[in-house]
Structures are given as structure tokens and as C-alpha cells.
Design a protein around this ligand. Structure first.
Ligand code: ADP
Ligand code: LRH
Length: 494
């Protein structure tokens, strides 16, 4: 057996990275091999992912991993996770038919109404348990189904499965990423023929389902040659949905916890043994995404740091003073008056790119609140709004699932944002435990390590390993108490 570290390929909406890691003397030791930007491209009005550019980033990462592990015989295996819902279409020769379309593209506008005529949302929820979001693969298929590309497609591969296919030549669909499509039944963890039929999709377009921990092929000779790795290098299916791997990497003890995976999105919720498919749950727009080891990720999407990323993009393009440096901006936001104005950070109105500072200002105006006067106040408004949304989602998750929450874990890039962590602790009235920043890569690596026999146990044991290796930071709840947050929430009530 190979003895080198495991390689986690983790692609988020804003950046990709390749991390190396393995357990040594009861600790997970991590090294970063490579990091690259993920920049979407608009062509003739359609927003795309730069799929080949991302694949090049993965190859560069594997080349860096090869160089770092030369003395150890190279990585023991490779696991791939990416953001959810998006896919590439392949023709009969296995060639990519056009660049995958970005979930923020406007093609899905009006699709929920189209689908509603064939399969009412109420029924669709009972079949798939997914929250109603325009980004869902089902609505993307509804928008694309009459295009020539779709007619020519012989296979449909979700993003991590597409990258895995390019690396190995083996096609498979991992269950956690499949659960973001709105075509999967969370009770059986198999395709729902009725959901697929609603948009005329043949689920035979997807390759066979596989679970996190299953073997997923080996790097092709051309990949070995290109990256300087010595074969064979196995690829292992991991929680291929980044959020599923992030939840594995949450350093929680016991089951009385909520998680918030904060990066471009904030995904807030609880881990459950089985789905909640009640009408009340649907109306609260909760998703039952599938997790590793037969779990359910009962969560809701919140717009997340996307709101800040988009403001920064605009401010920096306009060379607005005080916005070059994120740390300085966050310090100024910490000094700005708190809870002056809040927006609904759960609203899909903020989904599309562009004009974010102005859209936030408009949202404040239309709810009769003061408009932020500068970037520091806008940033404070965004972070207050995220903390408020975290509070609301966790309270609802608790109520709808019956799962008690004592601790709130924040993982992902947002765990670096001390102000966001503190505000979330204040808003939730519970301690926030922050970190690891790279929880997704940790979850990815640990599932590989377990498959290779380098660690044993269930999610509890994997989480204990994360806890001892990367001790998280604690933020006790404080501030004015939760009534201030209730009053802020009331300003957004219809
Ligand atoms: P994704 O996986 O969606 O691409 P990440 O988990 O990498 O996102 O998180 C990216 C976000 O993390 C950034 O948008 C930024 O707001 C936040 N972040 C990154 N570094 C820092 C930092 N040093 N201080 C505060 N926030 C940070
Ligand atoms: C986070 C994420 C989230 C999905 C969205 C498309 O990166 O995977 O869980 O809803 O991207």
C-alpha cells in the first residue's frame, strides 16, 4: 500500500485548492500544495465556469503535490469536492459539450413556475426534500432541455464527477453531490423518477451512483505524465459536495450542535439521521441534502460572504478608499454602529452578480432603515444581516427537526472573520466555535484516510481528530442579548 499523504482537491465558488494531509500520531497534519482563483466568464450573455481553467488548476495542484511528496512516494490517493448543483454535458465520445453554465446565470428565471404546472412544489418537496432555489440542477435542466447541446448529451456529470472523470476516465455520480440536484429521493438515496420526469430528464444520463469512501478509479497515464506523479494513484470518492465534506470536518463533540459552513455561501443547519419532509419544513425552505455515512444535512442556504465579495469587487474597481485591505475594512466595520440596518441575507434577490452596494442600499431604503454611508457601514450591515440569518435558520432548524443545539460551529473562510463569529454568537445566544477554515479539505482527506485504513471509526472519531489537530476558537455570546436581534428581524417582517 502507498504510505504518502492524501490529496484533497477542493473547489469553492471563489477559489480552488489542493491540500495534502494524513494522520500522524493521532493528529491530522496538513500542508497546502496549491491555491488558485475561480473566476467565472460571461460569453454572449451567459455566465460560465471556466471548466478547463479549473482542471488546469487541479493538474497544477497535483504537480505541486507530487513535488512535495517525492520522498514519500507520492500521494496515497486523491479525493475531489466542489460546489453543488452545476454539471457538464458529454457527447457520445465523452467530449464536453460546451462550458458548464454558472448557477448564477439568469437562465433559470421563471423555471420554478414552469415546473410548478407539471409537478407542484409541495409534491416535489415530498419527493426530493430540497429547498426551492433557482440554482437547483432541476431548474437548470428545465432551462436547458430544449437546447441542441442537451439533445446531443449522452452523459451528465456534476462538477466534481466531471473533474474525476477527466483525471481517471471513470464516470460515477457521488451521492452527496447528487443530492443537490433535486432529482434524488433523500429517503431511498436513489433517483426520483417523478422529479426527473417533471423536466423530461432521463436519469440514465447520470453515471451510476457511488458513495463517499468508494473507489473511483486511478489517475490516467497522461495525468501521471503531466503532473510528475508515479502510478498507480487511486482516486477515492469523498463527500463530493463541498458542504458535505465541510460537515465531516466540523470539530463537534456529540450531536447537540449546529454548523454554519461560511464561504461564498453560508450553509446553516443540523445533521440528522433521516430527512424532515413535512409541509412546515417546505414552507421554511429547508433542504435535506445527503451527508457522508448515511446522514442528512438539514440546512438552508444563506447568501453568505458573496454579499461582501461582490461589494469589494465593485469598490476596488472604483478605487474606493479603505477597501483594498479586508482586515482594515473589517476593523472599521467592528467600530461602526451595530444593527443600524439589516437586509434579508436569505433572499435570492442577491443571487446575481453586479451592483451589490446599491442593491443593499435599496433593500435598506425599501424597509425604512438608514442607508449605510460608507464601505465600513455597508460591511457592518452585511455581517449583521448574516448573523441575523444564522440566528433565524438555526432556531428554525431546531424547531423543525427537534434537534437541540448547544453549540454553533462556524467552518470555512468565514471562520477567519472574527466580527462575523462574534455577531453570530451574540445573535444565536450560544457559544460559537470557529474553525477549521479548511474544514472541507479536512473532511475530504479524512474520508480518504478511512478508506485506506489510516483512521478508523464513524463521524465522531473523524471529528475528534479534527478537534485535537486544529483547535478551534471560542466566541461566547455577549452584546446586547438576543432581543436586539429580534427587534432587527421585525424590521424585515413583511
Ligand atoms: P468558497 O469555498 O466558497 O470559495 P471560502 O471558504 O474560501 O469560500 O471563503 C472565502 C471567504 O472567506 C472570503 O470571501 C472572505 O470573506 C473570507 N476570508 C478569507 N480570508 C479572510 C481573512 N483573512 N479575514 C476575514 N475573512 C476572510
Ligand atoms: C457551497 C455550495 C452550496 C451550494 C452552492 C451551489 O460552495 O456547494 O452548498 O448550494 O455552493
Amino acid at each position: 500500500a502507498r504510505t504518502g499523504p492524501f490529496a484533497a482537491v477542493d473547489l469553492g465558488a471563489s477559489s480552488g485548492r489542493v491540500l495534502l494531509g494524513r494522520p500522524v500520531d493521532g493528529r491530522l497534519v496538513l500542508r497546502e500544495a496549491h491555491r488558485f482563483d475561480n473566476r467565472p466568464v460571461r460569453v454572449h450573455g451567459t455566465l460560465h465556469w471556466d471548466a478547463l481553467g479549473l482542471y488546469r488548476g487541479v493538474l497544477d495542484g497535483l504537480r505541486a503535490a507530487a513535488a512535495l511528496t517525492r520522498g514519500e512516494g507520492g500521494p496515497a490517493s486523491v479525493g475531489i469536492d466542489t460546489w453543488g448543483v452545476d454539471f457538464g454535458l458529454l457527447d457520445g465520445d465523452g467530449a464536453l459539450l460546451g462550458n458548464p453554465v454558472h448557477y448564477r446565470d439568469t437562465r433559470t428565471e421563471g423555471m420554478a413556475d414552469e415546473v410548478e404546472k407539471v409537478l407542484p412544489a409541495r409534491e416535489l418537496y415530498r419527493l426530493t426534500g430540497l429547498q426551492q432555489l433557482p440554482i437547483n440542477t432541476l431548474y437548470q435542466v428545465a432551462a436547458a432541455r430544449h437546447t441542441e447541446g442537451f439533445a446531443a448529451a449522452r452523459q451528465m456529470l456534476l462538477m466534481p464527477d466531471l473533474l474525476s472523470y477527466w483525471l481517471t476516465g471513470v464516470a460515477g455520480t457521488e451521492t452527496t453531490i447528487a443530492s443537490t440536484t433535486q432529482f434524488l429521493d433523500p429517503r431511498t438515496r436513489r433517483w426520483s423518477p417523478r422529479a426527473a420526469a417533471a423536466v423530461g430528464l432521463d436519469t440514465g444520463l447520470f453515471p451510476p451512483l457511488r458513495d463517499a469512501g468508494d473507489p473511483a478509479g486511478a489517475l490516467l497515464p497522461e495525468v501521471l505524465a503531466e503532473t510528475g506523479l508515479d502510478g498507480p494513484v487511486p482516486v477515492t470518492a469523498v463527500g463530493a459536495h463541498d458542504t458535505a465534506s465541510a460537515v465531516v470536518g466540523v470539530p463537534a463533540e456529540g450531536d447537540r450542535f449546529a454548523y454554519i459552513s461560511t464561504g461564498t455561501w453560508s450553509l446553516a443547519g443540523v445533521e440528522l439521521p433521516s430527512p424532515v419532509l413535512t409541509e412546515e419544513s417546505r414552507l421554511a425552505n429547508f433542504a435535506n441534502e445527503l451527508g457522508v455515512d448515511g446522514t442528512v444535512r438539514y440546512l438552508r442556504n444563506i447568501m453568505g460572504l458573496w454579499l461582501l465579495q461582490e461589494c469589494l469587487r465593485e469598490w476596488r474597481a472604483d478605487e474606493v478608499p479603505g477597501t483594498e485591505d479586508l482586515t482594515g475594512l473589517l476593523e472599521a466595520a467592528a467600530r461602526a454602529p451595530g444593527l443600524r440596518s439589516v437586509v434579508d441575507a436569505g433572499s435570492p434577490a442577491f443571487l446575481a452578480p453586479g451592483g451589490m452596494p446599491e442593491r443593499i442600499a435599496d433593500a435598506c431604503r425599501s424597509t425604512g432603515q438608514p442607508v449605510p454611508r460608507d464601505p465600513a457601514e455597508t460591511t457592518r450591515c452585511v455581517l449583521d444581516s448574516l448573523a441575523l440569518a444564522h440566528r433565524q435558520v438555526i432556531a428554525q432548524a431546531e424547531r423543525l427537526s427537534g434537534r437541540e443545539v448547544e453549540t454553533v460551529h462556524i467552518v470555512g473562510g468565514g471562520a477567519r472573520n472574527a466580527l462575523l463569529c462574534r455577531l453570530t454568537a451574540d445573535a444565536c445566544g450560544r457559544p460559537v466555535v470557529a474553525g477549521p477554515v479548511e474544514a472541507t479539505a479536512c473532511g475530504n482527506l479524512l474520508v480518504q484516510a478511512r478508506s485506506a485504513g489510516a483512521v478508523r471509526g464513524g463521524l465522531g472519531e473523524l471529528r475528534a481528530l479534527v478537534r485535537t489537530s486544529l483547535p478551534p476558537l471560542r466566541y461566547p455570546p455577549g452584546g446586547e442579548g438576543t432581543t436586539a436581534w429580534e427587534r432587527a428581524a421585525a424590521r424585515l417582517a413583511p
